[in-house]
Design a protein around this ligand. Sequence first.
Ligand SMILES: *Cc1c(COP(=O)(O)O)cnc(C)c1O
Length: 375
Amino acid sequence: MKKILLATPTMHTEEQQYIQKAFETNWISPLGPNVDEFEDKVAAYVGASSCAALSSGTAALHLSVILAGVKENDIVFVPSLTFAASVNPIRYEYATPVFVDSERDTWNMDAAALRKAFEKYPHPKAVMAVHLYGTSANMDEICALCKEHNVPLIEDAAESLGTTYKGKMTGTFGDYGIYSFNGNKIITTSGGGILVARQEKDVEKARFLSRQARDPARHYQHSTIGYNYRMSNVVAGIGCGQMQHIEEHIQKKHQIYKTYKEAFSDIEEIEMNPLNREAVDNNWLSCMTISADSSVTPTQVMDALDAEGIETRPIWKPMHLQPVFEEYDFIQVEDGMSVSEDIFNRGLCLPSDIKNTKEDMERIIKIVRKQFRQQ
Ligand SMILES: *Cc1c(COP(=O)(O)O)cnc(C)c1O
């Protein structure tokens, strides 16, 4: 029985050539020509003037939080429906996350809930928006609220490289934006991240902090706490090769989403994850929700697929329900079951590996349909 996985790295041939070059020239280090080229390629792709390649998306978020001036006990608004990696960097600085509920339209931070958060906490130090599963948040509303309150915006675009909102790349709306190149993302370097910033001096500062904050002096002098967050030249070589194929990866992800959507269109209990009408998605992961009145549960679907060697994943469990973050506030528009918890309860992520064949897709679809007694 062939295993079908959720999303694994898809390598081509150029990655090896870049790595080969790194070995031949002995650039086995953080910094080096592959790092420079990778930064140039990503900056050009997203339309940023420059960017800093780092060891992970989480490292890029941590530096964004620092650059936004977030300090101990400062408040940062962040969506509850996200991966813990969005929130942890806020806690690295001993700041206080305030979780904001999602909207049904995009599953991302609800502007109405964000407005409510500003009423309760008028002076947050930063707002972090996340583009979940590759779907853009409603940036017009979020940017307008940040501007109105004069608060810096950090964009966690770890999952949404290549997604455009009104023609502009996600990750480039905020004062700071980050992308991840972890193994299962739209492209990968095996592990890595990139930070973009509206102001060039912030990218410079991120580079400085990522290299142990060494002052420009001949001797080793330090005036601030630094980090070892640089991307290695070997890893960046993988990224250079991958960047040549990003559009192809996105096209294949579109096809996967479309195939599921069509295949389940006659089953009323199934809804695919909503896409932002103002955006072109990268469809990083295709997800579905099951209507509340259905007798079928996400666990049942996941178990049935698992029994056939097919990997799925639950929707991210909301942060306000996590033991580690239970003391922090959560803002929702209406009382009762929050939108984020409802999506978590009723949803699952479907296999979205771009190497899955037509036959693989048919196998997955058949098993899902069977749960709903549809052949
Ligand atoms: C993957 C991911 C990150 C972290 O990126 P790493 O490169 O794995 O550190 C942050 N936020 C979200 C939403 C992610 O999916």
